[in-house]
Design a protein around this ligand. Structure first.
Ligand SMILES: Cc1ncc(COP(=O)(O)O)c(C=O)c1O
Length: 426
């Protein structure tokens, strides 16, 4: 079987999705909760219009994904911003293989393993300021859940201030925190987090001060750059001002750096680059190099609010600190250091801006191409010629460009050209 090298250009030989993807999506539709994967084929086909079904992935390497029909796509999403070091990086695969020959599973809070300890040390070295004590998780939402719990324990207050347009996951603990789409939380009103208020993104420090003065807010939760909400940058100096106002009011600040972290923005930590170091830092996505791995990292002082273990952890999960994920995490952190990830992100980001013929906003390789309208249709058109992109924001006016750091010059040139053609074809 031909294997991808990661540097290929697109090659699309079937309709998109192709017949084999389509057949598998038919099975998916029978066995997966219908709310999960977009599927409009049957109705679309019966109406004689192009299907909106997804392609079914088969393999991925570097910046390239192939589907079950043998088509090849260049991935400008890095798989939801996960594959910062590229898909299936050989160093990550080697670390995973070596780990799984030895120990596939340890016992969370009961019996830790050596790889988890190595990851915790490496993470503490990489995090800014005094952030050095972690609660590991498997998803971004796990990390945000841990931040919310930590703030309750450390402040004795249950309320959270978050921001309109923010996204923090869809678990029961986080769904009410996101300010991206009301529809995500509406069905769960009353069972989701009961004490969240949303302020406008980039609101005046005064507005935050006034909300905090009403009391019961233990946590101010903010993405350093809003990702899913549209790759929206904060006003200059705003993150630092948010930190000052929150601390003044006795609330903790958590930066949700799940998408922005680990160099993607051209800085190891966009908050730190803006003069703002939080009390809690939530990380995930890129950290596991493709394995589910996340962390809420706090200062020792804040994390001590959890108290000492009493023999039975009050926060854990079966797969906490999964050895294979931790091995992948150590490999990712090593690679990002070796590459000087922020410098590479700045360099590649500048090349992307230069190559694109429309305005591009963002930082490093967390970017969005601004289109007057029809971002969704642009992404569909790009998919048909072999480029994976997702719309960002909720107004259909921005296409996310969040590629792996391994994107090649030729892949970028091909994408910029395809983007122009896609726009002209709409
Ligand atoms: C900023 C941010 N926070 C949290 C999450 C949730 O992460 P997960 O989907 O792994 O729970 C995401 C996912 O896109 C995110 O972008």
């Amino acid at each position: 079987m031909a294997r991808l090298t990661g540097t290929e250009l697109p090659s699309v030989r079937t309709s998109v999705p192709g017949p084999l993807s389509q057949a598998r999506v038919d099975i998916l539709a029978r066995h997966e909760c219908p709310a999960i994967t977009a599927r409009r084929a049957r109705r679309a086909v019966s109406l004689g219009v192009a299907s909106d079904d997804p392609i079914v992935w088969d393999e991925a390497c570097g910046s390239v994904v192939s589907d079950v029909d043998g088509n090849r796509f260049v991935d400008l999403t890095s798989g939801f911003a996960v594959a910062l070091v590229g898909h299936r990086h050989p160093a990550v695969v080697a670390a995973v293989e070596s780990q799984q020959q030895k120990l596939l599973h340890a016992m969370g809070d009961a019996f830790p393993d050596a790889t988890r300890i190595k990851l915790l040390e490496a993470l503490a070295r990489r995090c800014p300021g005094d952030l050095e004590v972690s609660i590991l998780g498997l998803s971004g939402a796990d990390a945000v859940d841990a931040a919310v719990k930590t703030a309750v324990l450390a402040t004795g207050r249950r309320g959270v201030v978050a921001f309109e347009g923010g996204y923090h996951g869809l678990s029961l603990g986080t769904v009410a925190l996101q300010g991206y789409k009301r529809a995500f939380v509406e069905p769960f009103e009353g069972v989701a987090h009961p004490a969240v208020s949303h302020l406008p993104w980039g609101c005046s420090p005064r507005q935050l001060e006034e909300r905090l003065a009403l009391g019961d807010v233990g946590l101010v939760l903010v993405e350093p750059i809003q990702g899913r909400g549209g790759v929206r940058l904060p006003p200059a100096g705003w993150l630092a001002a948010v930190g000052e106002v929150a601390r003044e009011a006795g609330a903790l600040v958590a930066h949700d750096a799940i998408q922005t972290g680990f160099g993607r923005t051209g800085h190891w930590w966009f908050g730190e680059a803006q003069g703002a170091i939080p009390d809690l830092l939530c990380v995930g996505k890129a950290l596991g190099g493709g394995f589910p791995l996340s962390a809420c990292v706090g200062t020792r002082a804040v994390m001590e609010a959890w108290g000492a273990s009493r023999g039975e952890a009050i926060h854990t999960q079966t797969f906490l600190g999964h050895p294979v994920g931790c091995a992948a995490g150590v490999a990712v952190l090593t690679l990002l250091d070796q590459w000087d990830a922020p410098a590479r992100a700045q360099e590649l980001g500048a090349q992307i801006r230069e190559a694109m013929s429309v305005p591009v906003r963002g930082a490093g390789v967390m970017l969005a191409a601004e289109v007057p309208d029809r971002a969704f249709a642009t992404c569909r058109a790009l998919l048909r010629v072999g480029y994976l992109c997702l719309p960002v924001g909720s107004d259909d006016r921005a296409v996310g460009i969040v590629p792996p750091l391994t994107l090649t010059d030729d892949q970028l040139a091909g994408f910029a050209d395809a983007f122009d053609r896609a726009r002209r074809s709409l």
